[in-house]
Design a protein around this ligand. Structure first.
Ligand code: HEM
Length: 440
């Protein structure tokens, strides 16, 4: 097993990861100005990204202990070489757990192991083949009518609720719950639990990538324990009685040949997918609708031609995606764009920056749903670990755009609203989206 395996948050305290600080730590203007938790950056990281790409495309940052990579081509190369740039770091907490939270963690009956997103190549390859191949177009297409119906029902509901003032708040009234229901339906979990589980899972974005206080860490850790218990029960139920759904398929594969993966690994995949499958989609959809409605020409183009929705989704994942950074760790001495990167160095890939790199996307700061190569965005990763849920995420976002543009072509952003983001290193999504419904 790679010496970088098991860097997730359930590492023992003896495995704390030391930063590899370069001997002559270059504190240039760019490195000194990278303040990933400052309000200015969280509100709009793109100005900083543009400067970094042109002034110092790879630099070391003390606050995160990471080498930061900003250009499309360099990020692509890192993603395509998981042996040299291991994903083992993907879920490692950015803020070390406080002793009280670590104590709660140690009492939990929870067996997290490296799983897909942070797994080393040797085991990732066979596991991804099994779990990725089972994520079939047929399984995704099967759930489309139910997801469309849910979106339609939510739109009906907020139109009804907004009858008096003609307004709605799209995150709480649509985007928060729909992706949770969608992933639950896809996996074969009871939809009644979706919202509660979403609340438990949402905390992971803050524990792993944010700056939670000690008290918050303790509460979030307890939520994680509850979420794990839920997941275990779900999988055990499917083992006893596998349904006609993705989880049922995985149980049948396990029954045929238990050597392909363990039951604990299946708990881990389901635990991962319930989290990966909704917070990301909620936030990307919220950012996307904000971008669409901020540029009337784009919105009207979509209203006039709904077939543009699929490419609009790609452009959203390029222009303002919800996972705007992602991490890797160097397994050997290497280099990125001529900068020496020592073994053990943490690397922060600024996906949001690569996504606006003019070298790949001409006029990259411009949101354009007709962009011919929007699909080459980095929003869903690239290479061996490319987002396994991409077909489902794309379908949900497309349905949301199609239904909103069809039902509410006069939709507008409420003017002068304040945009709030949760301060995390990796997740980016507007927390509220106030809209005027216009004529129905
Ligand atoms: C807009 C929504 C989504 C975004 C922006 C997103 C983004 C990402 C990113 C950036 C990665 C890491 C790629 C890498 O390391 O190269 C990833 C991996 C993954 N995602 Fe997503 N994701 C989304 C939705 C989903 C959904 C709906 C699911 C599940 C149904 C899902 C399941 C996964 C899994 C299992 C992995 C790990 C794949 C592997 O390492 O083999 N994601 N996603």
């Amino acid at each position: 097993m790679s010496k970088f395996a098991g860097l997730g948050m359930f590492q023992s305290d003896t495995q704390v990861l030391e930063d590899i600080i370069p001997e002559q730590c270059p504190m240039s203007g760019i490195a000194a100005d990278f303040e990933p938790f400052s309000k200015t950056y969280i509100d709009d990281p793109y100005k900083f990204f543009a400067r970094a790409r042109s002034e110092e495309a790879v630099f070391y940052n003390r606050e995160t202990g990471c080498w930061v990579v900003t250009r499309y081509e360099d990020i692509r190369k890192v993603f395509q070489d998981p042996q040299t740039f291991s994903p083992a770091l993907a879920r490692h907490p950015v803020t070390p757990l406080c002793p009280a939270a670590a104590q709660v963690r140690d009492t939990l009956d929870i067996a997290i192991e490296p799983c897909l997103v942070d797994e080393s190549s040797e085991t990732h390859r066979p596991h991804r083949k099994i779990f990725g191949d089972a994520f079939t177009p047929k399984r995704v297409a099967e759930v489309e009518p139910r997801i469309r119906q849910i979106v339609t029902d939510y739109i009906d509901r907020f139109i009804e609720e907004g009858r008096e003032n003609g307004q709605a708040e799209l995150v709480s009234q649509l985007l928060y719950e729909v992706p949770a229901l969608a992933i639950f339906i896809f996996l074969g979990a009871p939809d009644d639990d979706a919202v509660l589980v979403k609340q438990l899972g949402s905390s992971r974005a803050i524990v792993n990538w944010g700056r939670p206080s000690n008290d918050e860490q303790v509460e979030l850790m307890k939520d994680m324990g509850r979420h794990w218990d839920f997941t275990k029960e779900l999988v055990d139920g499917a083992i006893a009685d596998p349904g006609d759904n993705y989880l049922g398929d995985m149980v049948r594969i396990h029954r045929e040949d238990p050597s392909r993966f363990t039951v604990n690994y299946l708990y881990n995949v389901m635990f991962l997918m319930q989290f990966a499958g909704h917070e990301t989609t909620t936030q990307a959809s919220a950012n996307g609708i904000r971008a669409m409605l901020s540029d009337r020409v784009q919105w009207e183009a979509l209203c006039n031609d709904p077939s543009l929705a699929a490419n609009a989704v790609e452009e959203i994942l390029r222009y303002d995606t919800s996972i705007f950074t992602w991490r890797r760790i160097a397994t050997t001495d290497t280099e990125i764009a001529g900068t020496a990167i020592p073994e053990g160095s943490k690397i922060l890939l600024l996906l949001g920056s690569g996504n606006r790199d003019d070298a790949m996307f001409p006029n990259g700061e411009q949101f354009d749903i007709h962009r011919p190569n929007a699909k080459r965005n980095l929003g869903l990763g690239l290479g061996a670990h490319f987002c396994m849920g991409a077909p489902l995420a794309r379908m949900e976002m497309r349905i949301i755009l199609e239904e909103l543009s069809k039902r509410l072509p006069d939709l507008r952003l409420v003017e002068n609203q304040e945009w709030k983001f949760i301060p995390t290193l990796t997740f980016r999504g507007v927390q509220e989206l106030q809209v005027e419904l216009g004529k129905k």
